[in-house]
Design a protein around this ligand. Structure first.
Ligand SMILES: C[S@@+](CC[C@H](N)C(=O)[O-])C[C@H]1O[C@@H](n2cnc3c(N)ncnc32)[C@H](O)[C@@H]1O
Length: 426
């Protein structure tokens, strides 16, 4: 058997994501709010029955463990088991370097728990670095400080928030660390004082276009290497995803018999898993969805035309609106709604006896939405892995030696993939 390569992993994930796009591209919330059926649910009654029978604690459990989720659904969606196998090969922690690094005991002051765990793990996962370091989108320089301690190399920090640069400078002076904060927007050409050719690049949780810029700059300057953990893949300035690697470009090409493409909206799925949402945030999110579904039902009861109903139910609304009772919510919407005057007029016919049934329908739709979302969630980590491999392949195609793995446990951050690329011979 051939040893799996980044390329073979990438091609099998492309195949699965392409084949199953009818399961993960449609967002159940938008379908339900517009009263559009989900075709996979209609064509797969066994899966639908299984999902509908799940309790709230089942949902919680399955949402928290995507591996387990794919195992639970694989009898309805053949292929999920093979996806799990492919993913597992990337989920391995990166090999820990021979020299173990323990920072001094004051390093974690000012850094909250999980952030500290991620930052420390990132700094410990790097191999020996014997060149200056360029930390991309450094924030206050928490990572940069650890890298300085570990490698005793000067670190330049690129950061566009002036306050963070100032705070970072103050902290570094206090700790007598050689960190240089450069107030700079990384989307612009680098200033002359940046050591772009000779530095090893690092980027912990830099968003879409920002880490793309780091990768391309590192390649352009033939820098010694880069280690980064991408996040917020959807934060890009184009509506469609621009592939990094030639292999991905080929799979996107219209001349491909089954072209694979991604919109900015699709990319949201890759970062959908969070471990950071607190209880209050979860309750607020639930209430917002229930109210939106209930609003749809309420509009329906008032015979409001479907087009107006769709616009209204998906409209951007202040979070404060959802902190009220449902009747107060309805009343404030129509008070604030100046463009849909017709609706205002119809509010006079508003019958309070219909509120409870609208709300009941809202809860019913919410329950189904939660269950239908599980199908989409099966593909969240595979899509993230695909995006990681696209970046890794770009670096490999440029001649660097690349490894991919995790740098910390998933509970510390779901964005725990790291791509490490070293210039051959450096
Ligand atoms: C998610 S934070 C990561 C910070 C740091 N690497 C860490 O892990 O603590 C992203 C950082 O990128 C900075 N940033 C965003 N856009 C930027 C840009 N165009 N140029 C430079 N820095 C930017 C933000 O101010 C923020 O500090």
């Amino acid at each position: 058997m051939n040893t799996p390569t980044l390329e073979s992993h990438f091609l099998s994930l492309t195949h699965y994501l392409q084949n199953f796009s009818y399961l993960w591209k449609p967002v159940p919330f938008y379908h339900l709010i517009e009263n559009q059926p989900l075709s996979w649910a209609e064509n797969n009654p066994d899966l639908t029955d299984f999902l509908k029978a799940l309790s709230n604690s089942d949902i919680q459990h399955l949402t928290n463990d995507s591996n387990h989720l794919r195992n639970a659904l694989h009898k309805f969606i053949p292929g999920l088991a093979a996806i799990n196998e492919t993913i597992q090969l990337l989920e391995n922690p990166l090999p820990v370097p021979h020299t173990h690094f323990t920072p001094d005991k004051f390093s974690h002051t000012h850094i909250p728990g999980r952030k500290w765990e991620q930052t420390l793990a990132f700094s410990q996962s790097l191999p020996e670095v014997d060149s200056p370091i360029l930390d991309w989108c450094s924030g206050k320089g928490h990572l940069a400080g650890l890298l300085f301690q570990r490698f005793q190399q000067p670190v330049q920090c690129l950061e566009y928030d002036e306050i963070l640069c100032r705070q970072g400078n103050e902290l570094a002076e206090k700790k007598q660390q050689s960190l240089e904060f450069i107030h700079h927007d990384v989307m612009n050409p680098l200033p002359d004082n940046v050591n772009a050719n000779a530095s090893f690049y690092t980027a912990l949780h830099a968003c879409g276009d920002l880490h793309r810029q780091a990768v391309e700059t590192c390649i352009h300057h033939h820098a010694p290497g880069i280690a980064f953990s991408p996040c917020c893949f959807h934060k890009i300035n184009t509506d469609f995803y621009r592939p990094f690697s030639q292999l991905a470009k080929d799979s996107f090409s219209p001349s491909n018999s089954a072209p694979f493409w991604l919109t900015r909206k699709d990319l949201h799925l890759a970062v959908q898993q969070t471990v950071t949402a607190g209880k209050r945030e979860k309750i607020a999110r639930r209430r917002e969805k229930v109210y939106r579904f209930a609003l749809r039902q309420w509009c329906h009861q008032q015979s409001i035309p479907e087009r107006e109903e769709n616009t209204l139910c998906q409209k951007k609304m202040s979070k404060k609106l959802f902190n009220q009772s449902f009747p107060e919510f309805i009343a404030s919407i129509f008070q604030n709604e100046t463009t849909l005057l017709d609706l205002n007029a119809r509010l006079h016919n508003n019958n309070p006896q219909l509120w409870p049934s609208a709300l009941r329908e809202g809860v019913r739709n919410y329950r189904w939405n939660e269950r239908a979302e599980l199908v989409r969630k099966c593909f969240s980590r595979p899509l993230e892995a695909w995006l990681i491999l696209d970046r890794a392949l770009r670096l490999e195609e440029a001649g660097l030696n690349v490894s991919v793995g995790t740098f910390c446990r998933y509970q510390a951050t779901p964005r725990n993939f790291m791509i490490m690329a070293m210039q051959a011979g450096k």
